[in-house]
Write a protein that binds this ligand. Structure first.
Ligand SMILES: Cc1cc2nc3c(=O)[nH]c(=O)nc-3n(C[C@H](O)[C@H](O)[C@H](O)COP(=O)(O)O)c2cc1C
Length: 303
C-alpha cells in the first residue's frame, strides 16, 4: 500500500479551506429546501445541505444554519424557526437545482425568496410556513431544540432538531406503493459548487444478505489474494451462508451455462490456470451468478 494521505488539521488550515475540504468528503449531502415565515409574514426560502434524518419514530430531522463565516450574519431561516417554531423542508429535484441556488443568495429578511427563485408556495396543513409546490417530497416540521456548536470557542455552527408532523409525497413518484428514486430525481450537494444527481445509473441496489455472510476472510486463499477480483466482487462471493460442497452441486449440468456466461469455452476443462478461473469468476459475479461462481470454485477446489 503506497497511498499518500494529505493531512488537514482544524486550526492550522484556513477556515474557508477547512470548510471546503470537510464538505468535499462529507458528501453527497441531501438538500433541505427550507421554507419559513417571519413574524412580519414575509416568506423565506433557502437551501441547507447540513441536513439529515435521525429518527423515524417519531420522524426527526435536523438542519444546520451556520452563522456566516464571512459576515457574521445569522441566517433568516434560523431566526424565523426560533421565532415561530416551524418550517417546511422540501426535497430538491434536478429540475429545481438552478432555482434553489438562486434562493441561496443572501437577500435581506424583507425579501420574499419564493418570488426571487420563481418557486411556488402552497399551503401547509399543520404549520404556517408554506410548502414548495415543485418539490415531490415535503415535510411540515416543528422545532424541538437548537444546539449551538462550540459557540464559546467562536464556533459558527448550529443544529436545529425538528419533528416532522406530516409528510406530503407526490403520488407520481410511486411505483408499486414504494417511492421510486428514479421518479424522484433528487440532487445532492458535494464540495465546492458541485452537485450530483440521483438518477439513471447513479442509482443502484445493494442487497444486504438476509443471513450472516461467510465474510471475505473465509474465502479460499487464492481468491482473497487475487489481482483480478475487486473488493466488491469478493464481498458478493462472501455474502453466502456457507461454502457450498462440491458433492451438493451438479457441475456437468451447469457446464453449458458456465461457458456461455463466462465467455470462456475452456473454463470447464481440467487445466485452467488460476488467473483464467479468477477472470471467469469475476464475469460470473458481475452477472450476479454467484451460484455459478461457487459451482466453478467448488469444482476446482475439489471440496
Ligand atoms: C445547496 C446549498 C446548500 C447550503 N447549505 C447550507 C447549510 O447547510 N448551512 C448554511 O448555513 N448555509 C447553507 N447554504 C447557504 C444558504 O442557503 C444561504 O446562506 C442563504 O442565503 C440563507 O438564506 P436565509 O438567510 O434566508 O436563511 C447552502 C447553499 C446552497 C446553495
Amino acid at each position: 500500500m503506497n497511498k499518500k494521505f494529505l493531512e488537514f488539521i482544524p486550526g492550522e488550515v484556513p477556515k474557508r479551506e477547512m470548510h471546503q475540504i470537510l464538505l468535499s468528503g462529507v458528501a453527497p449531502r441531501p438538500i433541505a429546501l427550507v421554507s419559513t415565515i417571519s413574524t412580519d409574514g414575509i416568506l423565506n426560502l433557502a437551501p441547507y445541505s447540513f441536513f439529515n434524518a435521525y429518527a423515524s419514530n417519531p420522524p426527526i430531522v435536523a438542519i444546520g444554519p451556520a452563522i456566516s463565516a464571512a459576515t457574521g450574519k445569522i441566517k433568516d431561516t434560523y431566526t424565523n424557526i426560533i421565532e415561530t417554531g416551524e418550517c417546511t423542508i422540501n426535497a430538491v429535484t434536478y429540475d429545481m437545482a438552478e432555482q434553489i441556488s438562486l434562493a441561496s443568495c443572501e437577500f435581506p429578511p424583507d425579501i420574499n425568496e419564493f418570488e426571487k427563485s420563481g418557486l411556488h408556495p402552497i399551503e401547509s396543513h399543520k404549520v404556517k410556513a408554506p410548502r414548495v409546490m415543485e418539490s415531490p417530497f415535503q415535510m411540515e416540521c416543528k422545532l424541538i431544540e437548537t444546539i449551538a456548536l462550540k459557540r464559546e470557542l467562536g464556533g459558527n455552527g448550529n443544529i436545529m432538531l425538528l419533528e416532522v408532523v406530516i409528510i406530503h409525497a407526490d403520488e407520481k413518484v410511486f411505483t408499486n406503493e414504494q417511492i421510486d428514486p428514479q421518479k424522484l430525481d433528487l440532487v445532492a450537494r458535494m464540495g465546492y459548487d458541485y452537485y450530483c444527481r440521483a438518477y439513471g445509473d447513479a442509482i443502484f441496489e445493494v442487497f444486504k444478505p438476509k443471513w450472516n455472510g461467510i465474510g471475505i476472510d473465509a474465502l479460499p486463499e487464492f481468491i482473497k489474494q487475487s489481482n483480478v477480483l475487486t473488493g466488491a466482487q469478493l464481498a458478493k462471493l462472501a455474502g453466502i451462508k456457507e461454502i457450498p460442497q462440491k458433492s451438493n452441486m451438479n457441475f456437468s449440468l451447469v457446464k453449458e451455462e458456465l461457458i456461455t456466461i463466462s465467455g470462456m469455452p475452456h473454463i470447464v476443462d481440467a487445466h485452467v490456470t488460476s488467473e483464467e478461473l479468477e477472470k471467469a469468476i469475476s464475469t460470473l459475479v458481475d452477472q450476479e451468478r454467484i451460484d455459478l461462481a461457487w459451482c466453478l470454485l467448488a469444482e476446482y477446489l475439489g471440496n
